[in-house]
Design a protein around this ligand. Structure first.
Ligand code: ADP
Length: 519
């Protein structure tokens, strides 16, 4: 036996069709074998040689030949016997065998054909004829191999596709544009209660009556529509809510729609529960708001009535203490005079407290303010003139910069500015007060700042000082602790807010925000 005699067995990758086919030449005569080899050489295929039937059979065990050229007359096992054994093996059952013979006997021809010969070549061999025939078988083998590989590839792809379809968490139905079901996964069978065979070919509208083909995208494009809720029908006629997502896609041959469906029964129930809870919550919030508004109103009325009714006895105490002082002033000893002065001072303070409280309640109660164009520079002037005495006495300077004209309430703006300027003077350091009032615009608001060079405030009190009756260091300065609470109520009435930035010993900046939506 002599193995590869010529050519190569190059292949392109594991699954590619080999570039060359294998040919087996069998002849007991070495000269004939060489002659045959020379004839098939120009075909540039891989050629193997065998000198007898046994060698030929052995080679057939290990190789797939595109064709076997088999000499009929050989000593020992002749061509026909060899062919019979080649045919008996699974691997070489369909390998084309061309018999080479010098005798044209019908008997021989029939025997050969019986043994599965595909053709005869008569000696002397005509090279062109032999080459032509062999070329056909080489081509045939290539085509067969190609076909086999393509079929395998197709089967692999199909298996993958089915696995993906089965692995999907939803029921998946692939339909034609008209809705005819072409493929479905087992979740689809379960969800709709059909057997697979019962689903294929059925129109999807029997499962989802309102199913409508989505507008198609470009070739091969999947454009899933957002999930929508549909009524779905099971085989037994029962219905259920289903979450449906539709994705159209094209192949060169046709348009399809992938429908992903899932049972939304529990989701619908949960939504209904949430909606019910929301309605209940809303109702409870409304009731609570109403209750709170009522009790707030009652509290305000009470506070108003109390502060109003208390004013009268306080005024009386003040008036009588003053009369008493005038009536018997000279007759009082220093201890009694001091006591009377005490009564007078405290009655005055009480009077101020009640006045500030009333002012605050009025502000908190007042509804929508009448809005006019307010020049903030003019508002500063008004506040300044109300504080002339304190300004003069302290030597304070007030400087304004870039103040806007806003659609707002002048009374409230003056009230805020007056309280802030008054505090800036009251809580001054040992320097004469320097007050700078400026404004900055953002897209929605004006931020007005009142900066002083006073004693400053510890940041831990930033919130505290805006509370009702809240004071720091009350012993050194007179006051009600209501000024900043009134500022906050006024700023909120104007649709804004107020805050402070400061450090002890470094002065303070009070800033309030005015909406500029309509300026
Ligand atoms: P009052 O001035 O009557 O005490 P406010 O509500 O106007 O009440 O102020 C609350 C507290 O905030 C004051 O007692 C004071 O300690 C502090 N405060 C307010 N304004 C300033 C300021 N410009 N500088 C330093 N401290 C201030």
């Amino acid at each position: 036996m002599s193995a590869p005699a010529s050519g190569t067995s190059e292949v392109q990758g594991p699954n590619a069709v080999p570039l060359t086919a294998k040919l087996l030449l069998v002849d007991d005569d070495p000269d004939n074998l060489m002659a045959l080899q020379a004839v098939v050489e120009p075909l540039e295929q891989q050629v193997m040689l065998a000198r007898n039937g046994t060698d030929a059979l052995r080679l057939c065990l290990d190789h797939d030949f595109a064709a076997i050229l088999l000499d009929v007359r050989m000593p020992g096992m002749d061509g026909f016997e060899t062919a019979e054994l080649i045919r008996a093996r699974k691997r070489s059952r369909h390998t084309p065998i061309l018999f080479l013979t010098a005798y044209r006997s019908d008997e021989q021809l029939f025997r050969g054909y019986d043994l599965g010969a595909v053709d005869y070549l008569f000696k002397p061999i005509i090279p062109e004829v032999l080459q032509g025939k062999v070329r056909v078988f080489v081509e045939l083998q290539r085509t067969e191999e190609l076909l086999r590989q393509q079929t395998e590839e197709l089967a692999r792809t199909e298996r993958k596709f089915r696995a993906v379809l089965e692995a999907a968490p939803d029921a998946m139905l692939i339909t034609s544009e008209a809705g005819e079901i072409e493929l479905a996964n087992s979740r689809a069978d379960e969800l709709f209660g059909y057997s697979r065979a019962g689903l294929i070919g059925r129109n999807i509208r029997t499962l989802i009556p309102k199913w409508a083909r989505p507008p198609a995208g470009g070739p091969g494009i999947r454009e899933p529509r957002p999930e929508a809720r549909f009524h779905a029908v099971r085989q037994d006629g029962t219905t259920f809510p289903a979450g449906i997502t539709l994705s159209p896609f094209h192949t060169p041959e046709a348009k399809f729609v992938t429908t992903a469906a899932r049972d939304a029964t529990s989701q619908v129930a949960a939504e209904a529960r949430i909606q019910k809870i929301n309605v209940e919550l809303e109702k409870r919030v409304q009731e609570r708001t109403l209750e709170l508004t009522r009790s707030n109103e009652a509290l305000q009325q009470f506070a108003w009535a109390a502060s109003h009714d208390l004013q009268e006895p306080v005024r009386t105490v003040l008036a009588y203490s003053q009369w008493l002082g005038q009536a018997i002033g000279a007759g009082l000893g220093p201890r009694e005079a001091k006591m009377l002065q005490f009564i007078e001072e405290h009655a005055k303070h009480m009077h101020q407290l009640l006045g500030a409280l009333q002012e605050y309640i009025q502000l908190a109660e007042s509804g929508q303010q009448n809005r006019t164009w307010v020049d903030c520079n003019a508002a500063v002037k008004t506040a300044q003139s109300a504080l002339l005495g304190a300004i003069h006495e302290s030597g304070a300077t007030i400087e304004c910069q870039g103040l806007p004209t806003v659609l707002s309430s002048d009374v409230l703006i003056v009230q805020i500015l007056q309280n802030l300027i008054s505090n800036a003077i009251k809580y001054r350091s040992d320097q004469p007060p320097r007050i700078r009032i400026s404004a900055e615009a953002s897209s929605d608001n004006w931020v007005v700042s009142v900066q002083d060079n006073g004693v400053g405030i510890d940041p831990k009190y930033f919130e505290f000082i805006f509370g009702v009756f809240r004071r720091l260091d009350g012993a050194r300065h007179s006051g009600t602790g209501m000024g900043l609470a009134i500022c906050r109520a006024a700023a909120e009435r104007l649709g804004g807010r107020i805050w402070v930035e400061s450090e002890v010993g470094s002065g303070s900046v009070f800033r309030f925000l005015l909406p500029r939506t309509s300026d």
